[in-house]
Design a protein around this ligand. Sequence first.
Ligand code: PEP
Ligand code: MG
Length: 755
Amino acid sequence: MRGAPAGPRQLLRRLREVMAEPVNAQTRLDRIVIHIASNMVAEVCSVYVLRSDGRLELFATEGLNREAVHQTTMRAGEGLVGLIAESAEPLALSEAQAHPAFSYKPETGEEIYHSFLGVPILRGGNTLGVLVVQNRAQRAYLEEEIEVLQTTAMLLAEMIASGELQSIAPAGTVISIRKSLTLTGRPVADGVGLGHAVLHEPRVIVSQLVAEDLKKEEARLGEAIAALRISMDRLIDGHEHAGAGDHRDVLETLRLIANDPGWMRRLREAVLTGLTAEAAVERVQNDTRARLQRSTDPYMRERLHDLDDLANRLLHQLTGQPFVTANDKLPENAILVARTMGAAALLDYDRRKLRGIVLEEGGASSHVAIVARALGLPVVGETPNITNLVDDGDAIIIDGGAGEVLVRPPADLQAAYAEKARLRARRQEQYRSLRDTPAVSRDGVAIDLHMNAGLLVDLPHVRETGAVSIGLFRTELLFMVASQFPRLREQIELYKSVLDAVPGVPVTFRTLDIGGDKILPYMRSFEEENPALGWRAIRIGLDRPALLRYQLRAMLMAAGGRELRIMFPMIAEAEEFDRARELTLREIRHLERHGHPTPTSLKLGIMVEVPSVLWQLEDMLGRVDFMSVGSNDLLQYLFAADRDNKRVQDRFDPLSAPALRALKLIADKANNAGKPVTVCGEIGGRPLEALALIALGYRGLSMSPSAIGPVKAMVLGLNVAEARDLLLPLLDRHDGGHSLRAELRAFAEAKGVPL
Ligand code: PEP
Ligand code: MG
């Protein structure tokens, strides 16, 4: 292995001393450029810092005219410095003036310098500035010199990120790291949240950049990589599947990268320039991120996630810092920022401190979104690169209805959004005033509005919203917050506390819907090629009847002397329902034999969420007491479009003729058979979609608590016969259009139906 040149290490040591000196930021920066110029035997060294207006400003120089400092500026893309900022790539030239991008700034006096080496100052893949050295003589810069300058740029990145340079910026200019940003993501859960950013997976803070002992750092890096590989092997080979939640091919890819000689070589080389092992990981990842972020190839950008993941694991390995933010680190008004997040992880946070969630991935029907909605939290999904654009503690505002995220907003915007939040609260107040008004349309059609729930914290909402029942209680959420599989006694207590919390209000419990993306951390899970089509929900219940029987027994015991409704998820054929019902009846016989009180009435139903049910509706309706349409799953299966995959999220619209025809078929058959039918998927809680469902014949909708007010307001303004007369002929139209949304919206607007 090649030894490191003494020069760069000496430079880093000197710079570390300068960083520790008790001087002001300008003096520190002036000393830094002197040291860099002298160590690299260059006549010029200059630092340009990116401002919030997109211009690069000369902040310090050794060799150019001092008067130009804080005077000379250029656009990103202008001149060589601008080119480096834009491309985020180093540029080394022996004759700068021959480069087509060269532009001359007379006040700097740089015309006498021929060779030029510039590197971007990067942090989290974002450009914060440019560091340049220049020489009078024409010369070629060595690869090693470029490396050294890049490493030095890391120190400057930390200095810029710390906010120290803001104090020396001319009045009125803001350096870009602190600039406010408005980002657009996807609306996932309505509401406005104001607070401070909390990274769900906190960025590892590398406090020591410069190595004290190179050999030691090399050894630390080697050990951390070895440990990382072992942990990857373990994850993949199945010993630690439970709780991992990761997809096998992602892990396989990570393992491949962890063993990639190119990646390891780059890490080692970075250590050899004088960095600590963790600083080396950050340095290499910064470069990779800057390169891949600009790639137009989606596959390459996808790899960036994998590399980020791996670098993150390695940084945790090296620093021992925690993987996720602990509750005691949450500010009082936390906006969680995450790339992705499981529903269980969200439930681990102290709800009282949360004001909203921003996700880089994650669509409207992902489970984290459903749980967030149940908790009444606004969510914006699919916000590009958000985890790299905010720091812990940054002021942040999210508008879940518009899909907007404001990072470090200026004071006037903060005030405007605070006003918006107040207005919203007032509107909620109006909805609350509708609480006791029955949801009856203008032409006298009564609609039952039920509530979806899954946690004990949801239950007070029944009273606040005036919901007629809990139309879907997702029992798996109770299991997801438990630290171990709840035993019979605990389950009885859980279901009892649900029933006790809402006396007189019917509750439809759904049996465990686990598998797919709903993983219980304490239960062994199995890697499957297509988890959504795999061993989940009732399939597990029927194959492991002890599990299902326990749950049924607990529900029956909890509801002793009261009314009980149970619904089975993911039923694909009538015979599955028969078996589930048989297990239930067996439990009742068991309880009766042992003298336990049983429910006064028991109704058994199914979720309609597997398309095969559409062609056995008569059979099913002959057996069940009620049906509830799980449109989240039903539509994902009908259109073969994964509900959690953002790339296919716009492939279909629930307000399209095929989706609505399928939904109409279910309503028609159930109404003909005289069996109650509701929709409990997310579409039931969106006013325009709810309007369509009512026009199709649904008279019961179950939704998250925050949707009940808006849907009730819509119903009160609706004439159902008119809506039906509009929609049904449209359904018969055979022009293959993507959506009937525009027609429905125009109808609502023309008729003054509030949406
Ligand atoms: C559905 O699939 O529409 C549904 C209500 O169930 P879940 O979202 O829990 O899968
Ligand atoms: Mg479902």
